[in-house]
Design a protein around this ligand. Sequence first.
Ligand code: AKG
Ligand code: FE2
Length: 296
Amino acid sequence: MKLPIIDLSSPDRLSTANSIRQACIEYGFFYLVNHGVENDDMVKAFDESRRFFSLSLEEKMKLARKEFRGYTPQDPTLGLQGDSKESFYIGPMADSTNANLNQWPSDESLENWRPSIESFYWKLFGAGKKLLSLIALSLNMDDDFFEKIGAVDRPSAFLRLLRYPGEMGSHEEICSAHSDSGTLTLLTTEGVPGLQICRDKLREPLVWEDVSYIEGAFIVNIGDLMERWTNCLYRSTMHRVKRTCKERYSMAFFLDPHPDCIVKCIESCCSESSPPRFAPIRSGDYMDARTRNTPV
Ligand SMILES: O=C(O)CCC(=O)C(=O)O
Ligand SMILES: [Fe+2]
């Protein structure tokens, strides 16, 4: 399936905001083009990701995940849910209290890796921030709404590098069905298929649709906190990666609110006849509870 395409550089911001609104109501997913992250930057970041994952398991395990940052190997037992992937998480870099929790390979093992990934992180952040201002407009709010409430002024964004090996077990899903928990996600792949979305999570049996690849575009999806902010107007759509037996690299950038940001139903999304469905919640509390419950 082809999702709606949103052009981040279009001068007609109101019309773009309107298209974003339609896309978020109907799909919770869209392609983002002209987002300012050059193709070369993406190719380079995938090269860096490949460099990292080709290190020996022993080297990678020196950076085993702590505080949600670092390396998670492929589950040797293929886990309860059959996920067959390895990942590396880079956490927020702007927050002075947490920035030093990130784990980096030494310059001897991967020369220049850290500055290269850091620079990519900030480019993704720039695109995400611009997009959030349009999302605010799409909700009839001022375009600096998310900044003002502290959702992006002290960013809490995680970059997740992923590698799915070519040789896999018999499980159908190599990244199990889930919705993302935060504000929004910018996803990029190199075109190896597998990503699927399920537009109606209540339908039995579930219908999964393949998301086609558009070179250079981000695949953007709304997360659960944005669903809460918008009183379920915007959908945090379930997605997964299906086994294809081809090695696959992807990178997901989770633009999440600062842990202290209070996520409370946006004014334009509730009324007397449609009261808020969720109580206000501190973003950090919500995310902590979510990560405790989901292996993804
Ligand atoms: O690898 C992919 O294409 C999807 C990854 C994903 O959904 C996630 O990391 O949340
Ligand atoms: Fe996801």
